[in-house]
Design a protein around this ligand. Structure first.
Ligand code: BYC
Length: 313
């Protein structure tokens, strides 16, 4: 069959909402885009454990510590599902991890900001997981089958993450003057980086057009960002706090909130490796990888021993 015919069958399937599965024919660029996006997503989950892991030993109560441990552990699980989904496209886990550790692969800009106070755990849950969910709910319907199925489970866990974050901030917002100030300060610091999670403006987004045609993405960066602003602008009222944007205003005509301009220079700086914590995050991942070498060696030795026994039997 000619490539054009294969491409037509492929696009027809996508248009008919039939999932693309690992053994199906697919254009090389579709494979590459999925490997890029899924592996970046996996790296984000794994690096995302670092800013929160930082607070496990300092959680203010046993209950908060148990919740935070469960959340960080969930992120590790998300990373594993996603690496497995990317592996079905022919990229090995070793290759993907090597790209993360060398700094070649991207991961979400948000995890290059520091977690300075306990309130940051609540703000990450509410804003960062809140932004992540909006994006990930759409990815439950992405066209590549293994990615879509991984996202269904991830979304269930993320919605718990977001609720625990909001509840934690709600408690602080009703607390002492210091706790209220800590809550507002965390919201102020995480608001703009959370808006950046959705990526560049549609007009600057290099991958969106093609990814929308292939239904890898179902909504554009700007559409999701607007949805997030609308949601957060309502929820912040329940907290009795404010969002740090003087231009945030309900627009009756658009039926959406208008909001101020994102600092794109800061965004690209962070994406290019020059954010406040990029170097620290990569150093921590490299150290964890090196420290875990004996575990991988032991697992391989155990596997080899089992195979030897099986062959001898
Ligand atoms: N940070 O053409 P565009 C989580 C890059 S983790 C860094 O619009 P695309 C959680 C982009 O890669 C949530 N880089 O790209 C975990 C591209 O560069 P390349 C993570 C960014 O792919 C722990 C270039 O900019 N979620 O939930 O169409 C605790 C141009 O952009 C960013 C996902 O990964 C960024 N923010 O759209 C708590 C979801 N934005 O690759 C929570 C899956 C853009 O061409 N990913 N870039 O060199 C996606 O949905 C899409 O990849 C994006 C970007 C919407 C992020």
């Amino acid at each position: 069959m000619q490539v054009q015919d294969l491409e037509k069958i492929f696009q027809d399937k996508i248009d008919a909402e039939i999932k693309i599965e690992p053994k199906d024919w697919m254009p090389e660029a579709y494979r590459k885009t999925n490997i890029r996006q899924i592996s970046q997503h996996a790296h984000s989950e794994v690096v995302g454990m670092l800013p929160e892991g930082n607070w496990i030993s300092r959680a203010p109560s046993l209950k908060r510590k148990a919740i935070l441990i469960a959340k960080v552990q969930d992120e590790a699980g998300h990373g594993l599902y996603l690496y497995s989904a990317a592996e079905t496209l022919g990229s090995s886990r070793d290759e993907m991890i090597a790209d993360l550790l060398s700094g070649k692969a991207k991961y979400s800009s948000i995890f290059n900001y520091p977690t300075l106070t306990w309130a940051d755990m609540g703000a990450i849950g509410w804003l960062v997981d809140g932004a992540a969910i909006l994006n990930q709910v759409m990815l439950c319907r992405t066209s590549y089958g293994p990615y879509a199925r991984a996202m269904v489970r991830i979304c269930k866990e993320e919605s718990f993450h977001q609720r625990q974050g909001f509840e934690s901030l709600l408690v602080l917002s009703k607390g002492t003057t210091e706790q209220k100030a800590m809550c507002q300060d965390a919201i102020n610091r995480w608001w703009w980086p959370s808006l950046m999670m959705f990526g560049p403006k549609d007009s600057e987004s290099t991958n969106s057009d093609q990814s929308m045609k292939w239904k890898i993405k179902r909504k554009t960066n700007d559409e999701l960002r607007q949805q997030f602003v609308d949601m957060a602008a309502m929820q912040v009222k329940v907290l009795g706090m404010t969002l740090p944007d003087p231009d945030l205003k309900w627009n009756e005509e658009r039926k959406h909130y208008d909001f101020g301009e994102i600092n794109w220079e800061e965004f690209w700086n962070v994406v290019k490796g020059n954010g406040p914590c990029n170097k620290q995050r990569l150093a921590a991942r490299n150290k964890a990888h090196d420290d875990g070498a004996w575990v991988r060696e032991a697992a391989m030795a155990y596997q080899a021993k089992k195979e030897k026994k099986r062959n001898a039997a």
